[in-house]
Design a binder for this molecule. Structure first.
Ligand code: SRM
Ligand code: SF4
Length: 660
């Protein structure tokens, strides 16, 4: 992609850059406005408040023309690797009832969110979180966001333990150092929940070729922080539970045969946010950058941060993520710049096995005699509703057994450190509260994600969390109708193109594009290593069945053995899908494959790419039962259905002719 933008240096910095500069390291105008008896903050304060882990929102269901908005605040935790100690969970549960909307939401980056908090309660809520070993500092804003790591608590797999350790350390390295947070929310009391690793403290101060500022309160960020949000994860070879290709930076823990940590493979430049009808905004997969030894990991992280900090676009917030720097510069130039801050060469990437998508639901051994259980949270929303009492269940279990939890990147939760003697009781509580086991949940639901969207998200153009249960039910019914009753694949939905539930890495993605309208994305890999592509710009949600039925039929007829829906869509391509759909007759299963010239052939099966010739041919419609019999014989004979149908009709016509 060619960068058609004017170089950043000659353009005006964006408005937010000035707000950050004037904030005195994230103090103002939040500190002053918090003291005012108002329902909401000014626009400048709202920007700074984000760095403290809170968004000003309003309940969009309650908007009335001419009246003040129903202002409320969202709070988000900073929870590296999804770690939530028991006391923090119980505090969040209490705060959600005392100040919030009685729900707790697990996010796609392994944090928790509370919604519905009034301005007057914000300080008490943040203070309570910090006093319970939690934090919201840096959960939002232009800085390093929550650092992700695989949530599985495997105690006998050292690489998993290293991923947790380094997720924590990277989070600490890049935590803002300003005193603003403690001054504003805790009246200056500095609450430290855990000692920082001395190597991290030393690395933060070390000046590798201009990576730090010696003036001011923020050695790494300086007074302007980052040009935009910055997202990191640490994972282990083969484990893509963290959606590593969507991150600004991913470190992959590399160990030797004894399980000793050697170093890290590095990927950089992923990101998903885009804007409709703006072709110069796009989702992008992270590129492999190389490998560094373990002793160098903090310096290389600082070098990457400094590269984006100093060269990221601060003039246009839609072009400010590090993915655009990589896209505009290319990997080579990016790596050279990082090396100049790092002061050394980055080594070539070490070989790794293929990545897999893992969700860790159900009961498992954690490798030290204890157990863990992964529990599905529908759309990440912990609540009590009807027979479904997840909030009650989690509170009861955590209270009774004082268990820590890990949030997963797919909005689920893992309870761990479970003594085998506690298993039956915990399972009893879950069952009593209506929580389905992982094998009882429809896999469509198990692997689906949706962002919050309406009514809390100010950027939502349509529903997502509230719409997805119905959409999944309709897709299940449709799959059953077309003869795929047991199939499943990864479905993700968002209320706008920002991509918070990572829909561009779903096999079937729905991206809000106006009230009740969705873009449809197809073809990402089931292990999230390939992006989807846009198939339709605006699908009215009422057209879900008519849109998807022909695609599912095409998939059913022409997939290869074991081929996933995403891989199929990618293999045959969107043009072939569109042509098939154009020739599809609803209510019957057409034999229009006649005249197929070529397709991507494997295993002797050819997915038809209908050609021009195909479309001018006459079509014959058969009954479903006849079609099913034809199909059965075609498979046995190893012939395309259309050929078989032609042969059968020809034979019949010959017979009729002979009979006179
Ligand atoms: Fe997000 C903005 C929710 C993960 C890309 N995101 C928002 C806001 C704060 C709306 C706003 O700016 O006013 C949403 C609040 C909704 C609400 O009512 O709670 C919001 N994002 C979420 C969460 C809660 C979605 C979820 O279903 O869990 C996730 C919180 C994660 C966390 O704990 O930190 C969340 N957001 C993501 C992800 C996925 C990820 O990080 O793995 C992405 C895509 C990856 C990426 O960043 O490229 C994402 N959110 C965005 C963007 C687009 C950024 C861009 O580069 O263009 C925005 C808008 C913005 O920043 O201007 C946004
Ligand atoms: Fe809001 Fe859009 Fe993110 Fe959904 S994807 S939470 S609608 S910003």
């Amino acid at each position: 992609m060619v960068n058609t933008q004017t170089p950043p240096a000659v353009r005006k910095p964006s408005k937010v850059e000035g707000i950050k500069e004037r904030s005195n390291y994230l103090r103002e105008p939040v500190a002053s406005e918090l003291l005012l008896d108002t329902t909401h903050f000014s626009e400048d304060a709202v920007q700074i408040l984000k760095f403290h882990g809170s968004y000003q929102q309003d309940n969009r269901d309650n908007r009335v023309k001419g009246q003040e908005k129903d202002y409320q605040f969202m709070l988000r935790t900073r929870s590296p690797g999804g770690f939530i100690p028991p006391e923090l969970y119980l505090t969040l549960d209490r705060l959600s009832d005392e100040y919030g909307n009685h729900t707790i939401r697990a996010t796609t980056r392994q944090g928790f969110q509370l919604h519905g908090i009034l301005k007057k309660n914000l300080k008490a809520a943040i203070a309570a979180i910090v006093h319970s070993m939690g934090s919201t500092l840096g959960a939002c804003g232009d800085l390093n966001r929550n650092v992700m790591a695989p949530p599985a608590p495997y105690k006998n797999r050292p690489e998993y333990q290293y991923a947790w350790e380094y997720a924590n350390n990277v989070a600490d390295l890049l935590t803002p150092q300003t005193g603003a947070y403690y001054e504003i929310w805790l009246d200056g009391e500095k609450v430290i929940s855990a000692e920082e690793n001395p190597e991290v403290v030393a690395a933060r101060q070390r000046n590798g070729n201009g990576t730090i500022f010696h003036e001011g309160e923020e050695p790494i960020y300086g007074a302007h922080y980052m040009p935009r949000k910055f997202k990191c994860c640490v994972t282990v070879p083969g484990d893509n539970s963290v959606d590593l290709f969507s991150q600004d930076v991913c470190l992959v823990v590399m160990t030797d045969e004894q399980g000793e940590l050697q170093g890290f493979n590095i990927f950089a430049g992923g990101g998903l946010g885009r804007t409709h009808n703006k072709e110069d905004t796009f989702p992008r997969l992270a590129d492999p950058i190389g490998y560094v030894d373990k002793a160098d990991v903090y310096d290389v992280m600082k070098a990457i941060v400094a590269t984006q900090r100093d060269y990221g676009d601060r003039t246009d917030r839609r072009h400010a993520r590090m993915k655009y720097l990589l896209e505009d510069w290319g990997v080579e130039r990016f790596r050279n710049q990082v090396e100049s801050y790092f002061g050394r060469k980055i080594q070539p990437l070490k070989p790794m096995p293929e990545f897999q998508y893992l969700d860790f639901l159900g009961w498992h051994e954690q490798g030290d005699g204890k157990l863990f259980v992964g529990i599905s949270i529908e759309n990440g929303r912990i609540k009590d509703e009807g027979n479904f009492q997840l909030k009650t269940a989690l509170k009861e279990i955590v209270q009774k057994y004082n268990l820590p939890m890990r949030l997963t990147p797919s909005q689920n939760v893992i309870l761990y450190e479970i003594d085998p003697t506690q298993k039956d009781d915990i399972q009893r509580i879950l069952t009593r509260c209506g929580i389905q086991r992982e094998d009882e949940i429809d896999p469509l639901e198990r692997y689906a994600m949706a962002c919050p969207a309406l009514p809390t998200c100010g950027l939502a153009t349509t529903e997502s969390e509230r719409a997805i249960p119905g959409v999944l039910e309709r897709i299940r019914a449709l799959l059953t109708k077309v003869g795929l009753p047991k199939d499943h694949f990864i479905i993700r939905m968002t209320g706008c193109p920002n991509g918070c539930a990572r829909p561009y890495l779903a096999e079937l993605g729905f991206v809000g594009n106006g009230p009740n309208l969705y873009q449809v994305w197809l073809g990402a890999a089931p292990n999230q290593t390939r992006l989807a592509r846009v198939y339709l710009e605006k699908m009215p949600i009422d057209d879900l069945e008519t849109t998807l039925e022909p695609i599912f039929v095409y998939y059913r007829q022409w997939r290869q053995h074991g081929e996933s829906f995403g891989d199929f869509c990618d293999r045959v391509g969107l043009d072939a899908i569109r042509q098939y759909v154009a020739s599809y007759e609803p209510g019957s299963l057409s034999v229009v494959e006649t005249g197929v010239e070529k397709g991507a052939a494997t295993n002797g099966r050819v997915a038809p790419t209908p050609t021009k010739a195909t479309r001018v041919r006459r079509r014959v419609t058969v009954q479903e039962a006849t079609y099913a019999r034809l199909q059965e014989v075609a498979v046995r004979a190893g012939k395309p259905i259309s050929q078989l149908a032609n042969e059968a009709i020809e034979a019949y016509l010959e017979k009729v002719k002979e009979e006179g």
